[in-house]
Each structure stands twice: as structure tokens, then as C-alpha cells.
Design a protein around this ligand. Structure first.
Ligand code: PMP
Length: 334
């Protein structure tokens, strides 16, 4: 018989799939790592499992305890999955820009959801960081994983995502591209890939970050943008700035246009940060040769964005489709 003992055991080992249409005119091989095939539907299942394992081992969470975390949704799903299997409660704090579908998913897994305003300073007591700190103080037996400082987040990628990509490409990948939110994915995966390829003929894997225009990683001020789950307005400890070789800023327009193309042309119904990462990957790949192998990580699926990115009325109301569906697609390779 072939079965997993628990849904948690099915986290990771996601496949690579070649992009064939959006890569038109590009000679390099561009492979997408499809993280929505994790059981909770995103890359964040990986950090959730590793962080809870470590918290149990270090006695930071005890039976009957409550996990409290500010999360844009995906980390919440991962934590809720693992917590449910181990008998913990979950309270998640989310900014109001996170879609209702995503919030309802968290509730479906049995978590409590607290919504906070996006348009306040990160150090305000109303911010999602501020509210979660208060809840940790008030709830007995509370444990806050804090994905923005927890070093087991990047470590989970160092231990799983990096080796999977290296092994599945037989050590031939030349570039790794991923969005930067907490920075855990780029830090852990990038660190592993650089180390394992350090002495390779042709040089180490080049690590490339994708960031929403306006966010600080690509030199912005932290001004708002619509792409969810990526970008920052402060520097988190989960991000090691020495790992990326380049960071590309990508506009909401470009990210959303590419996200829609991935669904229509590649059969990949994915989230906006995936479109963003692919835009950066194609910008890099257009100057490469047929000997190059680019891996781009796609963090989550598109079902949480049906009311936004995949809703023409929502897109038009924010000016994202001015002039029609394909207005911004040509821009992507600028
Ligand atoms: N995309 C989405 C949709 C996410 O939820 C996240 C996690 N915040 C990321 C990208 C970025 O991953 P990381 O936090 O590891 O930088």
C-alpha cells in the first residue's frame, strides 16, 4: 500500500515544469517550481512544518497551546494544517488588503482570523504586527512563530527547496528566481544553491529576487502595491541581503498581466507573486543562451485571487487593463 501517514508528510517535493509559451523568443530553459501543489496550496507549508517542529523541540509550544501569527494567509494555512494535526489552536492577524476568500480558507481549517488596516505605520498598535504582539501577551500558552524573524523559515528552504531544485536539475541550473516577502525562500534556497555550486565549472548559481515596485528590497520607500505576499516596508531578520545577486522591481501591472498569461497559456492558475517572479525570470532569461537553466519558484495558486486578478471588473477599476487584456504584456520584457 502507498499512503502518507498524515497530510503533513506530503509537504515539499514539488515538481518542476517547463514554461513553453510565455518564454517565446527565449533560448534558455525556464522551469517553474510549482509550490501550489503543497497540501496547503503554497510554499509556506514548508516553513510552518519546520517552525512548529523546532518550537516543540525547544519547548516553546506545549499541548493545548495557541499559535498567534501575523500572516497574509499562506503561512496561516500551513500553520493551521500542522497545528490541527498536533492539537494546537490558531489565531491569525491579516491586513485588510488580503482577500476574503483567503480569510475564509483560514477559518475553514479551524483558525480564528483578526483583520487589521493596511494603511497604518508598521510600529502602530493598530498594525498587524502591533495587534499580534498584544494577542500573544493576552492569550495564555500563546506562541508566536514570527515568520519575519524565525530562522527555521529560511532553514526549511535550505533543507528542502534548495536540495530539491539542485537534484531535479541534476545540478545544471544556472539561475534561481523567486519573489521576496519575508525573504525566507530566497535566503534559504539561495544559500543552499550557492554553497552546493560554489566550486562548479561555470560558477555558482546566480540568485535573483523579484520585488513589487515600491517595496524596499528593490529600492522603494515601502509605498503600497497590490501584489500580495511579497515586498516589505521594513528589513526582516528572515532576509539575508548577502544572498541575492540581483533584485528586480516589477510593477503590479506587469505582475498581473503575466499572472493571467500563466493561467491562459501554461495551464498554471497561480497567484500574483508568481506572475511577478516570472516577469523577473524572463527579464533575466532573455539575455541567456540555450545552455542556461532558469528555475523560477511559483509560491501559490490562483484560486485565492479569483475576485481580483482574474476578475476583469476589479482589474479595470484599478486601471490594470486600460486598453484591453494584453496592454501590458509587451512591457514585461522591457
Ligand atoms: N508569494 C506569496 C503569495 C507569499 O505568501 C509569500 C510569503 N510571504 C511569498 C511570495 C514570499 O516568500 P518569502 O516570505 O519566503 O520571501
Amino acid at each position: 500500500m502507498k499512503y502518507a501517514n498524515s497530510i503533513v508528510d506530503l509537504i515539499g517535493n514539488t515538481p518542476l515544469v517547463k514554461l513553453n509559451s510565455v518564454t517565446d523568443g527565449i533560448r534558455a530553459t525556464v522551469l517553474a517550481k510549482v509550490e501550489y501543489l503543497n497540501p496547503g496550496g503554497s510554499v509556506k507549508d514548508r516553513i510552518a512544518a519546520r517552525i512548529i517542529d523546532a518550537a516543540e523541540a525547544e519547548g516553546k509550544i506545549k499541548p493545548g497551546g495557541t499559535i498567534v501569527e501575523p500572516t497574509s494567509g499562506n503561512t496561516g494555512v500551513g500553520l493551521a494544517l500542522v497545528a490541527q494535526q498536533r492539537g494546537y489552536k490558531c489565531v491569525f492577524v491579516v491586513p485588510d488588503k488580503v482577500g476574503e476568500d483567503k480569510r475564509n480558507v483560514l477559518k475553514a481549517y479551524g483558525a480564528e482570523v483578526v483583520v487589521t488596516p493596511t494603511a497604518v505605520a508598521p510600529d502602530s498598535p493598530e498594525s498587524y504586527y502591533g495587534v499580534s504582539d498584544r494577542l500573544v501577551r493576552e492569550i495564555p500558552g500563546a506562541y508566536k512563530p514570527d515568520q519575519f524573524s524565525n530562522q527555521y523559515g529560511p532553514l526549511s528552504h535550505y533543507e528542502t527547496t534548495g536540495p530539491e531544485i539542485w537534484n531535479d536539475t541534476d545540478g545544471t541550473l544556472t539561475h534561481f528566481v523567486t519573489g521576496v516577502g519575508t525573504g525566507g525562500t530566497i535566503t534559504g534556497t539561495g544559500r543552499y544553491l550557492k554553497e552546493v555550486s560554489a566550486d562548479r565549472e561555470g560558477g555558482p548559481v546566480r540568485i535573483i529576487g523579484a520585488d513589487p515596485d515600491g517595496s524596499i528590497y528593490s529600492g522603494g520607500t515601502g509605498r503600497p502595491y497590490f501584489v500580495e505576499g511579497v515586498g516589505e516596508d521594513m528589513w526582516p531578520d528572515s532576509y539575508d541581503p548577502s544572498v541575492p545577486d540581483e533584485i528586480h522591481g516589477v510593477t503590479d501591472d506587469e505582475s498581473f498581466a503575466m499572472t493571467r498569461r500563466l493561467a491562459r497559456e501554461e495551464g498554471l492558475l497561480v497567484g500574483g507573486s508568481c506572475g511577478m517572479a516570472v516577469v523577473a525570470a524572463l527579464r533575466v532569461a532573455k539575455d541567456l543562451t540555450e545552455d542556461d537553466v532558469v528555475v523560477v519558484l511559483l509560491p501559490d495558486g490562483g484560486r485565492g485571487y479569483l475576485g481580483k486578478i482574474f476578475n476583469d471588473d476589479w482589474m479595470k477599476s484599478y486601471g490594470f487593463m486600460d486598453g484591453g487584456e494584453d496592454t501590458n504584456v509587451g512591457e514585461v520584457l522591457r
